[in-house]
Design a protein around this ligand. Sequence first.
Ligand code: NI
Length: 176
Amino acid sequence: MTIQTILRMGNPLLLQHATPVEQFNTLALMQLIDDLWDTMRANNGAGLAAPQIGVLQQVVVFGMQDNPRYPDANPVLEQVLINPTITPLGDTMTNGWEGCLSIPSMRGLVPRYEAIRYTAFNVMGEKFTYDADGFHARVVQHECDHLWGVLYPMRMTDMSQLGFVDALDGVSSTEK
Ligand code: NI
């Protein structure tokens, strides 16, 4: 288990498509997943995708109980998604504040599908399907975007709603 360096926005690897995992139940895959958990937790992340530590494979981890970076968010179950696909459930989009460990100290207001169905494989190569809404659905969409080379500012529709956390905090105390 190793805490890896997280690539930051501007690194071209974050804009590339990750390739599907083909070999399941391997030591290398398990070590990658361990590194993702260790690196995510060491940075209080709600999720982390393999490209963020420089590995262009379709693997993400996410989930949290109490997270100081997201004090108002509901708990999200911990899951590993390999080769995920997402289908929106309905057309409803909701705006919500997001951060990203690859874009430290910033937050942006990002529209996401309110409800989704996602399918993925676990480390053993078993396929599963899950429905999610709210913050859980947001986290899955954010993390899977990393696999397609998309960072959250690229999903924003109003760039005036991008800012530094410490500057936004003064605003949110009156506007929340
Ligand atoms: Ni991110």
